[in-house]
Design a protein around this ligand. Structure first.
Ligand code: UDH
Ligand code: NGS
Length: 401
């Protein structure tokens, strides 16, 4: 009671003061401020964007209000120490376009394919040839066929850095072709933050895990940013064995042969694996910083897991390689041969399992996530020194010396 009385007296004396002629402007100012604050709060609550997304965490509110709204904006997530728990809330688990009950499965051989393509990079940039397909892409680089139930739900994972021009060309090119292939798909561009040397393997692992948390994908394609498919019959589907989708690239022209490979056991550029195949091989090794070796190491892993890469027919898996200068933050790794020698002993020690079961043997930072128009973009930070130290004894002779 005493407290209520003293509060009332305070309010009365305040009102007397504010109503005095001298204080009228101050009273007016205070009242205006209060009115503006209330109005802003009302606006903020009714805005089209759910602001909870900018804090790390719960997207369920957004999902309830519909996928369309979710993909109509992009957002950034502040740096966090990632674990699988973090990722679970990061992106929707919802499948793309579930509502297809009355539709037939898409044909095994998609009817709209044209075979060998003449690629004009300038046309891709201007989108002259593929306007319609780009209009059908949902924010985040997603698509699902309207008129049939897709046979594959493909996640395209592109580990990259500092190649925005290539990324723009590749993603436009892919949307055009993957829609003709009648796939349900989403493109993920996984960028590695500076200053560390580029590490393609670790980005592939993180990309696959994030894709798995995003949707129910049946096939994962690890894709170089500068490789443009030249025959749309090269279906981005998985098989009973891991698939190397490249039978030749303009990068490896030799003699009269327009498309070649550098060596027979080369398994890089574009590969396709199911979740269980990727997990069985334990994904890529995480310890190859800089250029070279991670792809050869992955081939060893696949073989040691009793699997074997398959390729499409020779004239199907052909690629145009976009020419580029050497990347300054992807120097040839002088230790790569020693690390590769120790590949077998390291296979179950580190790989995609370094990030799962909440044991998180390798930590990384997820600096940003954006649902861009043609792809989902993630910026990943890695501590190179910490990883090298952690696996020092598994890195082979030259490194340990
Ligand atoms: N990548 C980037 N940025 C980089 C490095 C690599 O985006 O700085 C990605 C990109 O997806 C690329 C892939 O990693 O397609 C493979 O990179 P790579 O440098 O091994 O292969 P690429 O065909 O070039 O792009 C090879 C030429 C450099 C050779 C140097 C030693 N001969
Ligand atoms: C091998 C590299 C691979 C690389 C391949 C093709 O020597 O990582 O060359 O390179 N292996 C090692 O260094 C151990 S390319 O011709 O595309 O520059 O992918």
């Amino acid at each position: 009671m005493e407290l209520a009385y003293s509060w009332t007296m305070e309010i009365v004396s305040c009102s007397k003061y504010l109503c005095s002629s001298k204080s009228l402007p101050i009273a007016f100012l205070i009242l205006t401020c209060i009115a503006v604050s209330i109005y802003s709060m009302v606006l903020w609550r009714s805005a089209n964007v759910d602001h909870s997304v900018n804090t790390h965490g719960n997207l369920s509110l957004l999902l309830k209000s519909g996928e369309k709204r979710f993909y109509n904006f992009s957002h950034t997530v502040s740096p966090v120490n990632s674990s699988l728990d973090d990722m679970a809330d990061l992106v929707p688990r919802k499948k793309i376009n579930r509502n297809k009950i009355s539709l037939e499965p898409c044909p095994i051989a998609p009817p709209g394919l044209v075979g060998k393509l003449t690629i004009n990079v300038q046309n891709i940039i201007k989108s002259v040839t593929n306007d319609d397909s780009l209009k059908r892409v949902v924010y985040g680089g997603r698509y699902s066929p309207e008129d049939c139930i897709p046979r594959e739900r493909t996640a395209v994972i592109i580990p990259y850095r500092d190649r925005e021009d290539h990324l723009d060309i590749l993603t436009r090119h892919l949307h055009n072709i993957l829609q003709r292939q009648q796939l349900e798909y989403q493109i993920f561009a996984i960028e590695m933050a500076l200053p560390t040397q580029f590490n393609r393997g670790i980005l592939a692992n993180i990309g696959v895990l994030i894709a798995k948390e995003t949707g129910d994908f049946s096939c994962f394609i690890i894709h170089d940013v500068d490789a443009l498919m030249m025959n749309d019959k090269n279906l981005y589907r998985c098989g009973s064995q891991p698939r190397h989708l490249v039978t030749g690239s303009t990068k490896y022209r030799s003699g009269n042969n327009e498309y070649g490979l550098p060596y027979d056991s080369y398994m890089s550029g574009v590969i396709a694996l199911t979740d269980s195949q990727y997990t069985k091989a334990n994904g890529f090794s995480n310890v190859y910083f800089g250029w070279g070796g991670e792809d050869d190491d992955f081939n060893i892993r696949v073989q040691r897991a009793n699997m074997k890469f398959e390729r499409p027919e020779k004239d199907i898996g052909i690629y145009l390689a976009i020419p580029h200068d050497t990347d300054s933050t992807n120097q040839k790794n002088p230790a790569r041969f020693g690390i590769l020698d120790a590949a077998a002993g390291r296979q179950w020690i580190e790989g995609v399992n370094s990030f799962i079961n909440n044991q998180l043997k390798i930590k990384y930072k997820r600096y940003a996530l954006e649902y861009r128009k043609y792809y989902t973009w993630l910026l990943i930070g890695i501590n190179e020194a910490a990883i090298n130290k952690q696996y020092e004894k598994y890195l082979g002779e030259p490194f340990a010396a």
